[in-house]
Design a protein around this ligand. Structure first.
Ligand code: NDP
Length: 434
């Protein structure tokens, strides 16, 4: 559609999606008869706004804010806020589009949305971050609410930012704990939300492996990124007996032949907000590869978990990964593999867990946070963690069984897309296509 010209990431996400639901469309002619796909591809609402804020020198700065309220067929819009200089409408729309089906797969009543800003939190003081968040929420609060649209964190938006955003929402409105998720635990947040996306990803892979009589024990794993998703994926993979050899940030990657020391990474990233290169100061046997993609690493390993950002793996890097012995790739980040890379995984018979399914644990626990906020009762870590594991098992089995049913056995991309889409389509048709 010409309306989307130049929105490359969005077009990519749609092009990945549409061919995989062909078998479903054939068996369900009511979808095309009602022109449902055209409706689906048009977001219900897009909000774009100016975010003015003052830096520490008293100079006014301006950024652009977005909220894409893409589809509310199965519940209030739900999806994170991303603060990163690369944010634009295309990225917001691709993320919101994928979020619709991911949220549907969780089995919980949440629609799809996404938001954020081209603001770069890197190198900003706490006070600058606070002023930016307050200005961002001053505008965003007009459009969100616990029963209408519930944002959470994403790249560049962690507890600190959610705290400031929540504080500003509260100043401008009545108390409403459920308007944001990913809140700090003593601020109406849920235990295990911080860990949820990374843990959920590893649970998804655990169930995929278990289906083949296999497990994480003794496996060598490489995980990109060193943010929220990567850190807790590393933690859970290690807990299940894997050795995680490498991780990264946007400056390069570290390789530790003895296995990563997660305590050092957590201290660097969660406390000091430092670069990953500092890891080698404390681990002399480790090496830092400046400016290089982690997927160009030359070492043998079994499982790759991309947890940084979109399009980090192209066909060339995918070839290197497969040559290194990788037999399973599961996506913690959103759309980290480009279309050519996914095609190669298919050709080479790589076990592949697509983002929509494999990283749904974060939003699933966000929905559990909404439940706890409504109940005014916090659940224990163990309770939330057990529910997360059960949800990821259910998502995996649903994708597997749906792929089988539509003649694409073993293709979890097809399984995830059809299973996620069917529920949304049924709801849209039942509601008169709204
Ligand atoms: P964080 O901001 O906590 O961490 C992001 C990590 O990825 C950092 O290590 C960052 O490095 C790296 N990174 C970001 N952009 C780039 C880039 N352009 N090139 C190389 N490295 C990059 O974000 P999250 O861990 O929360 O998110 C990571 C991915 O997971 C995203 O795709 C997000 O959409 C997805 N996701 C997150 C969920 C969540 O609950 N947080 C839920 C589901 C999906 P640096 O610090 O140098 O920028």
């Amino acid at each position: 559609r010409t309306l989307n010209e130049g929105q490359n990431e969005y077009i990519q996400a749609v092009e990945e999606f549409l061919p995989t639901i062909a078998a479903y469309l054939e068996q369900n002619p009511q979808v095309e008869a009602n022109n449902l796909l055209d409706l689906l591809l048009e977001p219900e609402r897009i909000i774009q706004f100016r975010v003015p804020w003052q830096d520490d020198q008293g100079k006014w700065q301006v950024n652009r804010g977005y909220r894409v309220q893409y589809n509310s067929a199965i519940g209030p819009y739900k999806g994170g806020l991303r603060f990163h200089p690369t944010v634009n409408l295309s990225i917001m729309k691709f993320l919101a589009f994928e979020q619709i089906f991911k949220n549907s797969l969780t089995g919980l009543p949440i629609g799809g949305g996404k938001g954020g800003s081209d603001f770069d939190p890197k190198g900003k003081s706490d006070a600058e971050i606070m002023r930016f968040c307050q200005s961002f929420m001053t505008e965003l609060q007009k459009y969100i609410g616990a029963d209408t649209d519930v944002p959470a964190g994403d790249i560049g938006v962690g507890h600190r930012e959610i705290g400031y955003l929540y504080g500003q929402y509260k100043r401008l409105n009545q108390f409403s704990a459920g308007v944001l998720t990913g809140k700090p635990v003593d601020m109406w947040g849920s235990l295990a939300r911080t860990e949820a996306t990374g843990y959920g990803l590893v649970y998804f892979v655990k169930h995929l492996l278990a289906d083949r009589g296999d497990s994480f024990a003794g496996k060598k794993v490489v995980i990109s990124g060193s943010g929220n998703v990567a850190i807790y994926a590393i933690q859970k993979a290690q807990a299940l007996g894997a050795t995680v050899l490498a991780c990264s940030d946007s400056s390069g990657y570290i390789y530790d032949p003895e296995g990563l020391d997660l305590a050092i990474i957590k201290d660097l990233k969660e406390v000091k907000r430092a670069r990953i290169s500092s890891y080698v100061d404390e681990r002399p046997n480790a090496t830092f590869f400046e400016g290089q993609s982690i997927w160009s690493i030359a070492t043998k390993y079994d499982i790759a978990l991309p947890c940084a950002t979109q399009n980090e793996i192209n066909a060339e890097l995918a070839k290197t990964m497969i040559a290194n012995g990788v037999f399973l790739i599961a996506e913690g980040a959103n759309m980290p593999s480009d279309l050519a890379a996914i095609e190669l995984y298919r050709e080479q018979g790589i076990l592949f867990g697509p983002a929509k399914a494999a990283n749904a644990g974060g939003v699933a626990v966000s929905a559990l946070e909404m439940s706890q906020n409504s109940q005014r009762l916090p659940w224990t870590f163990e309770e939330v963690d057990a529910k997360l594991d059960a949800i990821m098992k259910n998502i995996y089995e649903n994708c597997r069984d749906t792929a089988d049913k539509y003649g694409a056995a073993g293709d979890l991309v097809t399984g995830a897309n059809i299973a996620g889409f069917a529920k949304v389509a049924n709801n849209m048709l039942a509601q008169g296509l709204v």
